[in-house]
Design a protein around this ligand. Sequence first.
Ligand code: XIL
Length: 573
Amino acid sequence: MSRRTQGDRRPLRPAGRLAAIVVMTAAVVLVAASPSQAAGPLRTVSGSRFIGYAANADLLCSNTAACTSGSNPTYRGIANSEFNQVTPENALKWDATEPNQGQFTFTRADGIVANAVANNQIVHGHTLLWHSQTPGWVQGLSGTALRIALQNHITAVMGRYANNPAVRSWDVVNEVINDGSSPQLRPSFWTQNYPGDFVRDAFMFARAADPDATLCINDYSVEGSPDAAGSKSQRLFQLVQSQKAMGTPIDCVGLQSHFIVGQLPNLQQSITRYASLGVSVRISELDIRIPLPGTSAQFQTQASNYAAVVNACKAVAACSGITIWGIDDGHSWLPNSCCPEGVPLLWDSSFAKKPAYDATANAFGPSSGDSTPPTAPTNLAASNITSSGATLTWTASTDNVGVTGYDVLRAPGASGGTFTVIASPTATNFTDTGLAANSSFRYQVRARDAAGNLSAVSNTVPVTTSGGGGGGGCSITLVTQTQWQTGYVIQPARVTNTGATGITGWTVTVTLPASHAITGFWNATQSVNGQTVTFHGVSFNSTLAPGASGEFGFQASRPNGNLALPTATCTAP
Ligand code: XIL
């Protein structure tokens, strides 16, 4: 997809008494805003890139899941008006979410996510596997127990947000590259106690927990050239390369970018090299620290350094955006024991904008002033429906400036469920693949313009995939009525006749996760073969007219703490 960025060849609004520099040649007109006219808010000028902040759950939300107010209203106001992306600074780390084995707490993370949804921001989850901020109980495990604990943790934490369209991406592994030149991986309890390849396993568990999420590997001191022999960048590059060669689902590289003023690497070149591996690249934890207390010259250099980071990201299509590691200098994680320097952010400790703010905004480019969204796409239709996919086509949107692309949204089931963005094509068609047989989905499409304005959604199109093995005509939806650490109740398990004619019987095949077992069932007959359980309808729920549904239910135990839930398929004769 073309990633045209804001500020390029965009007509200048009347600039009052500010001078515009106009350079004309026969073929090109370049217009630049005076840098003294600070653009902003940041989220209105960042174009197709996200601009985000690391969120402090206390300042933003007073540590509540609803997050309707924070302990610092000024912080909260800036967070919600300036940024369109957020990474919880600490609330999704292992010590925050699962301090004791199997006991999950999400109050702080839920609050940050709820606030993001309310303010049209996307969320990056940070982080699932790390050597730091990980409870002692994890560090004390080894062998299969450690592997199961990792799988359960990733399944539960990612699974909680898997149907939330705002939560787009995750740092699956954090800081696993060794600071020293060998071995490749940082020595830690992971390298010592884990049975096998924990990097690969973590990404595989993550893909299974949320197949739509962008999965990242994140690290520091990797912002220099991956071509520099023996560098940490090169070790990261080689790890991603070798993992991808084995099919490990790594989608993204996060460059933390904790920089010192005046000491920036050639980021554009590095981003380009990482992107050659077929991943997106993000600037994930940007801050630029200054020896304290900081001179005005250093604050100016800090400003131009921030602008250089923005320009490097804008210059490479694969750079998805920038997250700044905090809002104001008063609440930065710096200075700390590693780094005596501080004041690294865009606002000072009184929440006044620093030169770095204006430089960042101006580097993104003056606001286009375009707030007109494209028209909604029309005539969305599905064709070529198979047992695993469907092709969608629609009529193009129009826009006062120009449509830059579309978002395809999908919701599970024939009703209910949440629409999630599954693809962002530039053409007016898209083929979805990898769907389950005999399953119902709904699709919508919306359009985007260069200023990030989104259209309303198109008409909704339902799709039911055909039967895989010659069966067909029914779908099954498992509703989790209640669950606890060691069990759950599926009620209802709803069978729907998706065919054009009536059915007089159905077979639902449920696959239970490892070591789960049925402890009770109702309104069906049952036969068990290992982890595969087959249910048939009874007198009052097996004869179904087209579109009609019948229900049954079951209860299961999961004594090993494997928090996954069962899946099911339906066939009708
Ligand atoms: C830091 C937080 O900002 C601090 O509040 C916390 O005390 C320690 O962790 N690399 C990372 C981040 O991946 O999670 C770290 O965040 C900063 C370095």
